[in-house]
Design a protein around this ligand. Structure first.
Ligand SMILES: NC(=O)c1ccc[n+]([C@@H]2O[C@H](COP(=O)([O-])OP(=O)(O)OC[C@H]3O[C@@H](n4cnc5c(N)ncnc54)[C@H](OP(=O)(O)O)[C@@H]3O)[C@@H](O)[C@H]2O)c1
Length: 429
């Protein structure tokens, strides 16, 4: 895209404004209370915290908060107040979306960490903000405290980004990196829940829905395409077992939940799921709740962002940075993007793990089912020490489309010796 398509729009409040920006917090949970802490402890210039809106707000009152804060459980009251900026940290599509729309309609600016809202309604909300003279900032919506979004809007605006690869969900990264150390899925999920990294219902995270929402936001800002997040079909990490880490290690790899998207010759591919990543890839080095994003640009090559992708304080840093950008009158970059469809699949090598009740002829049958889809085998790996009636082994295949492989696996799944549907993971090369 020509660089002169980037338009800068000054924010409503310039550095020369005498009055500090009055900010109202909507949601006083993990991130909201961390934002308040930073505002109280660091006293950033140009910002004044004035209101909190939360249901049953009395239990949220904190003795460290300034005495003149208005604590309210009436969203209308706070939306009608003299606050210049609404910080939406309640989460979810609704009623958060309604509050954000109403604030923007009233000409206020909004700062949010709500990836779901931005993934599904970001374009419409940005348009509304521009129309009404406010700003919508969401630097915390992807990769928490890592400045990936400001990095794209500013530092990488001069490049033509072609590929995104990232670890965008801290919960999955915590689970998979603990499994790499030998823990089993159920135990480590409980640990993640006890530490507050995973929800009681972890489906959004482990099912890949959270990561695909973030990927779609990055696709808009980096690849400049508007895609419906639901078009990206995520693969859950729940079927990955300790055995897969052991086989991955033998292949010089580990397993991470990776979100990736690529534009090639005008076609788009995007996917989210557990993948084998080479031990030498930076993606393999990210552990615990860390996030990492690698952008590949036509001119600048690879740029890697990494750090704490979640947690109250890291995420609050991104929120306060957005507030400061507004207070200091930073210029907004409008990145033009066009609606697009995901049209192609990645052609990558795959790892397929089988669990069988052993009998003669199994490998020959698998090989011929793969051959019918023109898929070449790269390696067959079988570890000793397993009983013949529950025997795991792994087949890796040369680059092929997932849909062709799935067709072969559907035919293989009818084999009487299979104890479960084979696990099929992409290998990131
Ligand atoms: N936590 C992270 O590490 C992280 C990282 C990046 C982005 N985010 C995003 O940041 C946002 C906030 O996350 P969080 O972890 O701070 O969530 P949280 O701890 O659950 O806090 C949400 C707060 O909003 C309040 N709230 C929710 N729905 C409400 C409603 N309908 N009416 C009134 N109050 C309501 C909640 O009140 P109750 O106490 O009554 O539930 C709670 O105080 C979400 O969009 C999340 O996706 C979070």
């Amino acid at each position: 895209m020509p660089l002169n398509d980037l338009k800068s729009v000054p924010s409503g409040n310039s550095a020369s404004s005498k009055q500090p920006l009055r900010v109202a917090l909507f949601g006083f949970g993990t991130v909201g209370s961390s934002v308040a802490r930073i505002l109280v402890e660091s006293q950033p210039e140009g910002l004044r915290w004035t209101h909190v809106f939360n249901r049953n707000v009395a239990r949220k009152r904190s003795d460290w908060a300034p005495a003149d804060i208005v604590w309210s459980e009436d969203a209308d009251e706070v939306l009608a107040s003299d606050a210049d900026v609404i910080i939406e940290l309640a989460g979810g599509l609704d009623p958060a979306g309604t509050w954000v729309r109403r604030a923007l309609e009233a000409g206020k600016s909004v700062v949010t960490a709500n990836k779901k809202l931005i993934a599904y309604h970001g374009v419409e909300l940005e348009r509304l903000a521009a129309e009404k003279g406010g700003h919508l900032k969401y630097g915390a919506a992807v990769a928490g405290g890592i400045p990936v979004i400001p990095g794209l809007e500013q530092g990488l605006a001069g490049d033509h980004i072609r590929r995104i690869e990232g670890i965008l969900n801290g919960t999955c990264n915590f689970i998979l990196s603990r499994m790499e150390e030998g823990a089993d899925y159920a135990t480590v999920l409980k640990e993640a829940q006890a530490k507050g990294y995973a929800e009681a219902d972890p489906t959004e995270d482990v099912g890949g829905f959270d990561a695909r929402a973030k990927l779609s936001i990055l696709m808009r800002l980096a690849l400049r395409v508007i895609v419906d997040p639901d078009e990206i079909i995520p693969q859950s990490i729940t079927s990955v077992s300790a055995m897969d880490f052991s086989y991955a290690r033998d292949l010089g790899c580990t397993i991470r939940q990776v979100a990736r998207a690529e534009e090639k010759g005008g076609e788009l591919a995007a996917t989210v799921g557990p993948m084998l990543v080479d031990n030498n890839s930076p993606l393999a080095w990210s552990r615990g709740t860390e996030n990492m994003v690698i952008f590949n640009g036509r001119y600048g090559g690879d740029v890697v962002f990494s750090g704490h992708g979640a947690g109250g304080h890291p995420t609050a840093v991104a929120v306060v940075s957005d507030l400061l950008a507004l207070a200091h009158g930073s210029r907004r970059v409008e990145i033009p993007s066009v609606p697009a469809k995901i049209g192609v699949e990645f052609e990558v090598p795959h790892y397929i793990r089988f669990l069988v009740n052993d009998r003669p002829g199994i490998v020959a049958e698998i090989t011929s089912a793969l051959a019918r889809e023109k898929i070449n085998i790269r390696a067959i790996v079988q570890k000793p020490g397993f009983p013949a009636n529950a025997l795991p082994f792994v087949v890796t295949v040369e680059p092929c489309r997932s849909s062709a492989l799935e067709r072969a696996l559907t035919s293989i799944a009818t084999m009487d010796c299979l104890l479960e549907r084979p696990l099929n993971l992409q290998i990131l090369e």
